[in-house]
Design a binder for this molecule. Structure first.
Ligand code: AMP
Length: 111
């Protein structure tokens, strides 16, 4: 998706503070952090959100989920972390490329 900001970050066309990447997944720092560590973990493939996932994405989503705790450990979040995924307008989604917020350290409690 040429006009998708997260696709452009994944392709290297837009700069981001990337902390992890492999063939399928990339993680970078959120530009408006809500926690001491606030990353966005995304698939390189353009998938809008959880509603857009298909059976064919099973391996990809499993890989992404298994990667999240590895990244959290790399970031020193041994005490734990929070993941949030906003889906659709009703979920407050602003960027229409599926992403998992990975937050840890100092952060506000969930409302
Ligand atoms: P949401 O779609 O509501 O789950 O949140 C989108 C998140 O993407 C927000 O927390 C933004 O701060 C973040 N964001 C938007 N553009 C960028 C960017 N270019 N680099 C890093 N984070 C971004």
């Amino acid at each position: 998706m040429a006009d998708c900001i997260f696709c452009r970050i994944a392709k290297g066309d837009v700069t981001a503070d990337i902390v992890y990447q492999d063939e399928q997944v990339i993680a970078f720092r959120d530009i408006q952090p809500k926690a001491a560590v606030h990353l966005l973990v995304i698939p390189r493939k353009h998938i809008e959100n959880l509603y857009d996932l298909e059976r064919a994405d099973q391996q990809l989503i499993a890989h992404l989920m298994l990667t999240i705790p590895k990244i959290a450990k790399q970031q020193g979040l041994d005490a734990g972390f929070r993941t949030v995924t906003n889906t659709g307008h009703g979920g407050g989604q602003e960027v229409w490329h599926m992403h998992f917020h990975l937050m840890g350290g100092d952060m506000p409690p969930m409302q």
